[in-house]
Design a protein around this ligand. Structure first.
Ligand code: NAP
Ligand code: MG
Length: 495
């Protein structure tokens, strides 16, 4: 009986895992997992100590134990990394797309071979459920390398009758919510287009980026084509301000994105900014309600809600409000919160103590604003950073819960009567990254897609990613696209 229940639950959740990212049958992944006590910087194909000799701890957010030490790169280290990239650039461009593609294929294949190790480390260092690391983050990271490997020798077909040239050195700065995946999103298209890169992972989740550096070395990539420098915001700022960087690709908060835009104004550096979001997930009365409820759960609780495109605002048509809310509450009670390493866990640890405080502050704001709160009745582990999945009902459009990005497992629920009201409310935020529409009518889905001001719109699904599909935002969610053919334009001079 118990087993049947677990199976049914897993089937329900498998809605979001029916992916076809395996470009070829994946090889058997090795069982070996190695985390070194200390990671140095990866510059010019070598692991080097930081000039400052300073290191900081990476923490397992589910246990608060120290995972390892990470090097802190200063301006001098960043300069070394940029010089190494610059030095590698002419030869890397010259070998041509066909050869570059072979390296990318090799990296993709090696990620598959070490998928288990990467998944385990991603969950230990970042707190996400192992099922998500295993089924989403790591296979999708490999898929990005496979996908852009295929483009490397076909760039002239992507831009017919145009001349395409690489930009030079790309500075890439990524956040902590999808550490390896964001590194893949950045590195794969840049290399396919013939650029060299200097990448900085987020402070709390650098380990898989350093494992990727080891893998890149094993793949035999020429020295200096990829350089990885770890550190805090200052390290990122040193990349942004370096005069010999031709392109800044940033994924992170709107606040830092704005400051980056100011810093590089007038420098001629090309930029893409992938910033925050506050996506509307809209359920119409004609939607398949059970499927929609599952999509809402996936939309906001996937990766603890640490997702830029999370469906953090639910708009439900008034005629089905009671049914949807009741089903959501029942489903919330079945979610398993706890050890990210347990494959039955649905909701893992919040990435850091700071982020947990941000989320709990927003929950207090919701309470003070007087909205009805519903939290799943789950035991919160004594150690580690955890937050119960939370709903707020009948949230006012002007409230901070409806307007600001929380980046945690907190859903603000609102209602609407007409299509126009749904569009008006959904578009009424500073952001415009993604949206979801649940309806039985194709025409309604297309009409909504045309009118919603968001870069990605899902119909009868949510949080579905694919390397062939461009991703990016409007308004304060940033500009430029990553993924798909559009993702190539961000790393090329097309004339
Ligand atoms: P963040 O604070 O903006 O940090 C992002 C990255 O920038 C980190 O590596 C960070 O280093 C670095 N950084 C901090 N200050 C900097 C500065 N002044 N100059 C250059 N780099 C600097 O964002 P986060 O808290 O890590 O990530 C959460 C945010 O990212 C959310 O708003 C989310 O919506 C957004 N996000 C967007 C997308 C998208 O595709 N649109 C995807 C994922 C996440 P530290 O690690 O040391 O802070
Ligand atoms: Mg960590």
């Amino acid at each position: 009986m118990n087993i049947e229940l677990i199976m049914a639950k897993e089937n329900a959740f498998s809605l979001k895992f029916d992916t076809d990212w395996q470009y070829a049958p994946a090889p058997e992944s090795s069982d070996h997992v190695e985390i070194k006590a200390r990671y140095d910087l990866f510059i010019g194909g070598k692991f080097v100590q930081p000039n400052s000799k300073k290191y900081f701890n990476s923490i397992n957010p589910a246990t608060e134990a120290i995972v390892c030490e990470i090097a802190e790169a200063n301006e001098q280290d960043v300069d070394d990394a940029v010089k190494a990239a610059r030095k590698a650039f002419p030869a890397w461009t010259k070998i041509g797309g066909k050869e570059r593609g072979k390296y990318l294929f090799r990296i993709a294949r090696l990620i598959q071979e070490r998928a288990r190790e990467f998944s385990v480390i991603e969950s230990i260092d970042g707190g996400k459920p192992i099922r998500e690391s295993r089924d989403i983050d790591i296979p999708l990271a490999a898929a990005h390398f496979f996908y852009y490997a295929g483009w490397a020798d076909k760039l002239e077909y992507a831009f017919p009758n145009r001349k395409v040239e690489p930009l030079g050195v790309a500075g890439q700065i990524i956040p902590w919510n999808f550490p390896l995946l964001m590194a893949a999103w950045k590195i794969a298209p840049a290399l396919a287009c013939g650029n060299c890169v200097v990448l900085k992972p987020a402070e709390t989740t650098s380990v898989t980026a350093m494992k990727l550096a080891e893998l890149i070395k094993d793949a035999g990539l020429p020295d200096g084509v990829v350089n990885i420098v770890t550190g805090a915001g200052k390290t990122g700022a040193a990349i942004v301000n370096h005069k010999d960087v031709n392109k800044i690709a940033f994924t992170g908060s709107t606040q830092v994105g704005k400051s980056i835009q100011k810093s590089i104004a007038g420098t001629g550096k090309k930029t893409t900014l992938e910033l925050g979001g506050k996506a509307a997930n809209i359920i119409f009365e004609d939607a398949p309600i059970d499927q929609a409820v599952e999509g809402v759960i996936n939309g906001i609780f996937f990766n603890q809600g640490h997702v830029c495109c999370a469906g953090s605002r639910l708009f439900v048509q008034e005629s089905v409000k009671d049914e949807v809310i009741q089903k959501l509450k029942i489903r919330l009670e079945t979610l398993i919160l706890g050890d990210p390493m347990d494959k039955n866990t649905d909701i893992g640890a919040i990435n850091s103590k700071e982020q947990l405080k941000t989320i709990t502050d927003y929950i207090k704001i919701g309470e003070q604003e007087g909205f009805e709160k519903f939290q799943a009745n789950v035991a919160i582990p004594k150690k580690g950073y955890f937050c119960a999945p939370t709903l707020f009902l009948d949230v006012a459009q002007s409230s901070r819960l409806a307007q600001e990005e929380i980046f945690g497992p907190v859903l603000a629920i609102q209602t609407f009567r007409t299509v126009d009201e749904a569009i008006e409310k959904a578009n009424n935020t500073p952001y415009g990254l993604s949206a979801g529409v649940w309806t039985d009518k194709g025409s309604k889905a297309f009409n909504m897609a045309a009118q919603l001001k968001a870069g990605v719109i899902w119909a009868n699904t949510f949080n579905k990613f694919d390397p062939t599909s461009p991703f990016g935002g409007f308004k304060e969610s940033g500009f430029g696209r990553e993924g798909g053919m559009h993702g190539l334009a961000a790393y090329l001079k097309v004339s």
